[in-house]
Design a protein around this ligand. Structure first.
Ligand SMILES: [Zn+2]
Ligand SMILES: [Zn+2]
Length: 408
């Protein structure tokens, strides 16, 4: 269809060609958007002279408008005017779209210490349910003590009652003050040791507690997701106590593992260990959140690429039952731009064609310089992918940035 005029407000007269957005589109016969737990579903289709678009919520209606604008060539690569591509067109021809969309992950978050950008996130369809997994217990307590269990359950119930789809944390406090009573210790496996500390793994005793809280909380609000960290001496999955509740979620924060390579990298022992840990949790909890870094943490001065990492990791994490991707990043597009935009896109569509997506980025952002831009970033990506250095700091910079790479 060819649009001649766009009405800004009010209901269009019969026969008028119009774009109708949001609630009015639903009233004018738009087919229902897909129903999602996170309110992210949206539809775009034509009906006679009308182009109707709306989501389940105002946020997903915004996603629908961005989707339409993307189909016309608009892009929001970086959160600034340089990274915003809006083509000039005399005539807008939208064809006859019939689009029904929902995301692969119900929680999609990119954030950083120097960046809390607004519209860029919505244009790239970040959002969904904010999964909360921070340290939560008010203090250390005995997780097998009946009164302590009842008290903590009452606290969780107060947070979730009557709130529908939402998330709340049931994670232990930071630190290592584990209960030493016989009843708790009986749930541990004496020779199951966390390698980073030499301490007996606490995951079995905590899983028993999470299962209790989860099963009781489900009676009050089955839509509430209760999330706990895989962290410290409870990083490794439990071996004896089973999981599997519909409302429990583990949030995996791999701060002690390599951030350069993908989980399928054959040159990276730490990431292979991390992969086994994730798989283990996949056999315990039905839901998982991946809380990862988009830069090399203590090194944030030279260009780095995680294009290959996201290409490998995001589809695999989806397969493992991940429901959310939470990525900490630095807002420095000149050194991290391409893979930051890519991971935002993959949070919506884990199986997107990465090569085609990156080609779109290089050509639309780079314009006539697109091929050079592509060669530049592909060289950097290859250097990080193939260099067997796993340091999370500047100590590895010279190994990635060889004289040959610098010269190229
Ligand atoms: Zn105890
Ligand atoms: Zn590595």
């Amino acid at each position: 269809m060819a649009l001649k005029t766009i009405e800004k407000d009010g209901k269009p007269d019969a026969g008028t060609t119009a774009v109708v957005v949001g609630e009015l589109a639903k009233q004018m016969g738009m087919k229902a958007p897909p129903q999602t737990q996170s309110g992210d579903g949206y539809r775009i289709h034509t009906k006679g002279n009308l182009l109707l678009l709306a989501g389940e919520t105002p946020s997903s209606t915004f996603f629908a408008t961005s989707h339409l604008l993307e189909s016309l060539g608009c892009r929001w690569f970086f959160d600034n005017s340089v990274g915003t591509v809006i083509p000039a067109m005399k005539t807008i021809d939208v064809g006859e779209p019939d689009i029904s969309e929902k995301p692969d992950f119900i929680s999609r978050s990119l954030w950083g210490p120097n960046w809390f950008g607004g519209a860029w996130r919505e244009h790239n369809r970040l959002g969904g349910i904010a999964i909360n997994s921070g340290h939560n217990w008010p203090k250390w307590f005995c997780t097998t003590d009946p009164q302590a269990r009842a008290d903590y359950l009452a606290d969780v119930v107060a947070r979730i009652k009557g709130k529908g789809a939402m998330s709340t944390s049931i994670s232990p406090p930071d630190g290592v003050a584990y209960c030493k009573c016989e009843r708790c210790a009986k749930l541990d496996i004496p020779d199951y040791i966390e390698p980073s500390s030499g301490t007996v793994v606490m995951s079995d005793r905590y899983q028993e507690f999470y299962n209790y809280i989860g099963s009781e909380a489900a009676k009050v609000n089955p839509e509430a997701i209760l999330c706990h960290y895989a962290y410290a001496d409870y990083t490794l999955p439990p071996e004896n106590v089973k999981g599997g509740l519909d409302n429990l979620c583990v949030s995996i924060a791999p701060i002690r593992f390599c951030r350069v390579h993908s989980l399928s990298s054959e040159i990276c022992e730490p990431r292979q260990r991390c992969r086994r840990m994730i798989k283990g949790w996949g056999g315990v909890e039905k839901h998982m959140v991946w809380r990862e870094y988009n830069y090399n943490l203590a090194e944030c001065t030279v260009p780095m690429s995680k294009i290959s990492v996201w290409k490998d990791d995001i589809p695999w994490l989806k397969e493992q039952g991940c429901i959310g991707i939470n990525v900490e990043c630095m807002y420095t597009p000149h050194i991290y731009g391409p893979h930051t935009w890519l991971v935002a896109r993959m949070m919506w569509d884990a199986d997107l064609d990465v090569d085609a997506t990156m080609d779109d980025f290089y050509s639309k952002f780079g314009g006539p310089a697109g091929p050079h831009f592509k060669a530049y970033w592909e060289r950097i990506d290859e250097a990080y992918k193939t260099t067997p250095v796993h340091s999370g700091s500047y100590h590895g910079v010279h190994a990635f940035w060889t004289p040959e790479l610098l010269k190229a």
